[in-house]
Design a protein around this ligand. Structure first.
Ligand code: PMP
Length: 364
């Protein structure tokens, strides 16, 4: 199917970016700020690029209220490389870490970490197909663990922590790939937060790591130079060529979010968008959202009809109306509407409209 205009893209990532930002990038594509070239052609050692990356960091710090004693790193390798970098850099004391498995990505992170130390899955929601977030308390963690690992938003199953677990003095590490900048969180509660950019921030290519100073510098001597946080912390993310274009777009998204009032304003809108969609699903006779109410993601809304063939038809017919990529993750099927920051309320309205129509035709 060909589209002559922009569609509502519900993909889990890469996903929609704000139109205003895309237009700005388009306008600057051939000649950025009178440099006579595109950012993608520009030396990462130039003064112009230095300003781009520095401004991006400054604006992210403002948006997330990142304390001074945290470093912000712009890395490559996706969130997946962090599954390895986290244990390599942080398993430096007892070499124990406790993982909470609330979905596919947490499971993968835990599996990877077992290569490097004594990893325990201390809690999991696998017993109920990852439809809830376990309630964690201090007793769930080994007191000598080097860190505790959680996935704040679970992209595949559509669940999210509604609280930040209290881990006392043990650093809390979280994958925040599908939630970063979607709601206000207190960075100081974490030792390390990371996120791939391709959902709420920028094109794929850059991964953002926010790490407390005192956790840097303990990687074993045989750690590949790229995989030591210290390498990037000491070189302001310019040890080697960074994903320069992605960082530039990220910087534009940060400026855009600041101009709209910041993360609290975005969170309010996200809550309204998600509530509208979940309320409709809960009131319908055809659709069901399997995740328990308290643990529902604001970003990835998972729902099913209970009939696999009907689910498939839903996805195909929605596509014909310009509502794209509503299929659930290839591992679970059903439907998933990823409604990241850049999805406007009109996209939610259009989706609900289509769902109503589909329901009235298919509820016999
Ligand atoms: N963690 C989460 C929560 C994700 O949603 C994803 C990708 N969808 C990943 C990790 C893997 O990210 P990447 O493809 O950037 O390695």
């Amino acid at each position: 199917m060909n589209f002559n205009e922009r569609v509502y893209n519900f993909s889990a990532g890469p996903s929609m970016l704000p139109l205003e930002v895309l237009e700005k990038v388009q306008a600057e594509l051939l000649n950025y700020d009178s440099s006579g070239m595109s950012v993608m052609e520009m030396s990462h050692r130039s003064k112009t690029y230095e300003r781009i990356i520095n401004d991006a960091e400054t604006n992210l710090r403002k948006l997330m209220n990142i304390p001074e004693n945290y470093k912000v790193l712009f890395l490559q390798g996706g969130a997946t490389l962090q599954f390895s970098m986290v244990p390599i850099n942080l398993l430096t004391g007892s070499k124990k870490a406790d993982y909470v498995v609330t979905g596919t990505w947490a499971e993968k992170a835990a599996q990877e970490a077992t290569k490097y130390g004594d990893i325990v899955v201390t809690a999991s929601s696998k017993d109920k197909m990852f439809t809830y977030i376990p309630k964690l308390s201090g007793n769930d963690f080994r007191p000598d663990a080097d860190y505790i690992y959680i996935t704040l938003n679970n992209t595949v199953y559509g669940s999210k922590y509604s609280y930040i677990p209290d881990t006392g003095n043990i650093p809390l590490v979280s994958d925040w790939s599908s939630g970063i900048l979607s709601e206000v969180i207190d960075v100081s509660r974490f030792g390390l937060l990371y996120a791939g950019a391709q959902k709420n921030i920028a094109p794929a290519g850059v991964t953002i790591v926010i790490i407390r100073d005192d956790l840097i510098g303990y990687a074993p001597a045989n750690t590949p130079v790229y995989m030591d946080y210290k390498t990037h912390a000491e070189n302001a993310s310019l040890y080697n060529t960074p994903p320069s274009f992605s960082i530039y777009v990220a910087g534009e998204v940060f400026k855009y979010l600041l101009s709209k009032g910041g993360v609290a304003v975005q969170e309010k809108l996200n809550r309204e968008k998600a509530a509208k969609l979940y309320d409709y699903i809960d009131s319908s006779k055809l659709y069901k959202a399997p995740v328990e109410k308290e643990s529902r993601s604001l970003m990835n809304v998972v729902f099913v009809t209970g009939d696999k063939e009907l689910d498939k038809r839903f996805v195909t017919e929605a596509r014909e109306e310009g509502l794209i990529d509503l299929g659930g993750h290839r591992s679970i099927g059903g439907m998933r509407a990823s409604i990241y920051n850049a999805m406007p309320m009109e996209g939610i309205d259009r989706l609900i409209n289509f769902m109503q129509k589909f329901e009235s035709i298919n509820l016999g």
